[in-house]
Design a protein around this ligand. Sequence first.
Ligand code: NAD
Length: 469
Amino acid sequence: MASEISYDLIVIGAGPGGYVAAIRAAQLGMKVACVEKDRALGGTCLNVGCIPSKALLESSELYAQAKDKLKDHGVQLSGLALDLKKCMERKDQVVAQLTGGVASLFKKNKIDHVLGQAQLNADRSVTVRQSKEETTLRAKHVILATGSRPIEIPGVAVDGKSVVDSTGALALSQVPKKLIVIGGGYIGLELGSVYLRWGSQVTVLEALDRIVPAMDLEVGKAFQRVLQKQGMQFQLSTKVKGAAVKKDGTVDVTVEDASGKAATLNADVVLVAVGRRPNTEGLGLDKAGVKVDERGRIAVDEKFRTSLPGVYAIGDVIAGPMLAHKAMEEGVAVAENLAGQAGHVNYDAIPSVVYTWPEVASVGLTEEQLKEKGVEYKAFKFPFLAVGKAIAMGEKEGWVKLLADKKTDRLLGAHILGARASDLIAELVLAIEFKASAEDVARTCHAHPTLSEGVKEAALGLGSGTIHA
Ligand code: NAD
């Protein structure tokens, strides 16, 4: 039986964009429903993305430390063994704790989780289908936050066993002897690192002549060298033509190099990680009159308004980096705008992090982007090799690279390759948000001994000169 219920706001999708928008809107006094087809809240990030992959990255890094690094600290180990089942169970517990946390936050903020598949109608009502039940919800405003899903390659069928996407790679029951990763981006390098640490022979096939294409080129090249030193193999400028699962369960992957030369590689498992596409199908966008852009993303203006009045879109379904924290910022901005406040997102100050070891973290512009824009800039790199804490930790790999305007000294970009880069980038995000100069960072007192002294020294290097190198 169809029923009608009215809200101030309906959010479709309970990923980081959607659930954060719902919570902020409820905090601002709105009556909110969040339609989510899965029982577990949190979307891709919490269920099959950021969180489970970070749990496995942590477990595998600890294993790698026990295997390779602890002896340098005088810790002798014998009988080291991997209990993969335990790692996977721990990952599932981490996911359950966090998705349960979102459910508690919904309860606390009196947000209704409406279970089912949502479809938007031209009158802005939302039809929710669950099994044979159909409900129609009405609201003053609707936010579309349906996220994205992995792109598939023609000729490479994901079967969830021998050929997996990121979801499958988070739940393998065995460590493959040979793992082929198609795509040298965030997912490929993070999940490739997990299995490399656990003993897989990992080969990354990348269509372009570089890994992580959006990254500062110098950082990207150094990052690749670091991963190669750890044993990860790369075949760049390599196009995948197809994959066939053989009788023995292994997979033959046919590739073509830049000169058109074909070859066949074999692996126990193939991970397809060539990007993600927005989830717009089945939402009724066409019929409702919500326009999409040339790349299938929902078109929005600077206030996240779609072409249908009262309907907004955020996160992976719109343009911009497909990052959970970008979606969260957008969710807050829309909720605040709906409450009459001045919500906005500063896209110049969105950090990006690859959670390998060492990590890579960036904010702002790359050297290539500065050159393309014709900006006169200065650059400085300070190595962790000259940072006391890094030496004490035995984490001397990498550097902090800062880019600033040549005339005004304003910080324009920061790129860190090194231990705990994900934490170190935060002060540089703040600096860029506050339009700080390199001198502002250089004159800020940084605790000694910390890795953050590498940031201060890099900033000093752009001005009056470094102390420790
Ligand atoms: P990606 O866009 O980061 O990388 C995909 C890579 O695959 C690119 O280097 C691309 O050139 C390559 N590629 C594309 N087609 C190919 C082909 N046919 N053969 C070989 N290589 C090919 O995509 P991803 O790693 O799948 O991640 C998807 C999204 O998820 C990203 O947009 C990323 O923002 C997000 N993500 C972020 C994090 C993080 O923030 N740490 C982690 C995981 C995923």
